[in-house]
Design a protein around this ligand. Structure first.
Ligand code: HEC
Length: 291
């Protein structure tokens, strides 16, 4: 019984440990085919690099927002904890750059006004059909969930952005279709969006294609999962709590069982003494000389 309980506890410890660390190994394995990066947000303790998210927002806004929407994000999210954490005034100024359709007013007419923090990110196209029509029939997917929806997540997006190449000799490509190493089927209806120096960073970070792709990828991962950091923090707390709890359960189990077994030992000893005395009495000998 004691051994079984012991091995059960050991197994629970082991399972928690595997869940805690195995996560990493599992996701690494899955992404083998994509370009690798050391993402700061990977793993159960991962957090975002604020500066990278802020640059990533700039790239999204200046390069991708002409075609891709991020419909779940509001400008307010840009200053919230766990994200790019722009100052509230900065987020307000960003929102005010956009023209938002509002209304109807008292005359029943729609009107435009500068964006506010509570507004959703302005969409480049009014609907999916208009978006597809403007892009040779291919719809530029909304980026609210893209990083989560695609196998490989961040590595997939980064690889795709870095994966434009000359098509191999004899490979047929229609107009408006490009060769990409990481797109399923290798054909993509998006021209290579990023090249060296396509944006100008204010913080002096180099603007290589790889750096820009990295920053915008980080931004898209956050956009698809704005609560990643608070979830990681909570996960860490739960993990820590479970370890403490299990240690306490284990120790109290040891204590209870040690009391129980010493009590039993004592009882056995007493029973043995009693039996011994009975035997010696029966044989009429002095118990003290009995060996
Ligand atoms: C000129 C319009 C345009 C711009 C600008 C643009 N995209 Fe795209 N994007 C598209 C279209 C259209 C598709 C769909 C391609 C397809 O399905 O063949 C696409 C697809 C993608 C995909 C693949 C999605 C999937 O289905 O797996 C990713 C990732 C992507 N874009 C990221 C970006 C990023 C990041 C930027 C900015 C740096 C950007 N795009 C800029 C039009 C654009």
């Amino acid at each position: 019984m004691l051994e079984r309980l012991n091995s059960l506890l050991a197994k629970i410890f082991l399972i928690i440990f595997i869940i805690g660390t195995g996560n990493l190994a599992y996701s690494e394995e899955n992404k083998a085919e994509f370009l690798k990066n050391n993402w700061s947000f990977d793993g159960i303790f991962g957090t975002f690099d604020r500066a990278s998210l802020q640059r990533g927002y700039q790239v999204y806004q200046e390069v991708c927002a002409g075609c891709h929407s991020v419909q779940h994000l509001s400008y307010r999210n840009l200053s919230e904890k766990g994200g790019p954490e722009f100052l509230p005034e900065e987020a307000k100024a960003i929102a005010a750059q956009f023209e938002v359709t509002d209304g109807p007013n008292e005359d029943g007419e729609m009107f435009t006004r500068p964006g506010r923090l509570s507004d959703k990110f302005v969409k480049p196209f009014p609907n999916v059909k208009a978006a597809a029509a403007a892009n040779g029939g291919a719809y530029p997917p909304d980026m609210s969930v893209l990083a989560k929806a695609r196998k490989g997540g961040a590595d997939y997006i980064y690889s795709l952005l870095m994966g434009y190449e000359e098509a191999p000799a004899g490979y047929e490509l229609d107009d408006g279709v490009y060769y990409n190493k990481y797109m399923p089927g290798n054909k993509i209806k998006m021209a290579e969006p990023i090249s060296d120096g396509i944006v100008e960073y204010m913080d002096g970070t180099e603007t290589t294609k790889a750096q820009i792709s990295k920053d915008v990828t980080a931004f898209l991962v956050w956009a698809a999962d704005p609560h990643l950091e608070s979830r990681h923090r909570m996960g860490f707390k739960v993990f820590f709590f479970l370890i403490i709890l299990l240690t306490m359960v284990y120790l109290s189990k040891q204590k209870v069982w040690s009391r129980f077994s010493s009590k039993r030992e004592k009882e056995e000893e007493e029973a043995f003494d009693k039996a011994e005395r009975a035997v010696t009495e029966y044989e009429g000998e002095d118990p003290k000389t009995f060996k």
